[in-house]
Design a protein around this ligand. Structure first.
Ligand SMILES: [Fe+2]
Length: 135
């Protein structure tokens, strides 16, 4: 299951929009790997690690921007970022130790899609509206 980029996910902050599109591309590489029965746990883990690294960089740049504009919900947003990083790190650790079960693949795919939709479409939208009101 791929993530379809939609126009309504464009938030109007160029840097963030660019990074979100890149994030979705990286996520889709993970979904391709998850849906490919020929891919090993190790190969899937590589795409997941790459995505996790990208996520960390992207969160950092979002947080910098929020601080620059004094976003009042910064702490709450930062906590959401920290929780997601922890969730992904736990998942990576689990796969490293136990390998990846076929039954986990769909739930990983759904979890990431759900997170992207909700985070970009809801939480980051609030940030973007605030920043645009300050520009
Ligand atoms: Fe965010």
């Amino acid at each position: 299951m791929k993530f379809q980029w939609e126009e309504n996910l464009v938030l109007g902050i160029t840097q963030i929009d660019k990074e979100h599109m890149e994030l979705v591309q990286q996520a889709n590489k993970l979904f391709d790997a998850l849906g490919d029965p020929d891919k090993s746990s190790k190969e899937i883990l590589e795409t997941l690690n790459f995505l996790a690294g990208y996520v960390v960089n992207h969160f950092n740049s979002e947080e910098k921007l929020q601080l620059k504009y004094g976003y009042p919900m910064f702490n709450q947003h930062k906590r959401i970022h920290e929780d997601f990083k922890k969730e992904v790190a736990t998942l990576i650790h689990d796969i490293e130790i136990n390998g990846l079960k076929t039954s986990q693949k769909l739930s990983i795919n759904k979890m990431v899609i759900h997170w992207l939709k909700n985070h970009i479409g809801v939480e980051d939208r609030k940030v973007a509206e605030y920043i645009k009101s300050k520009q």
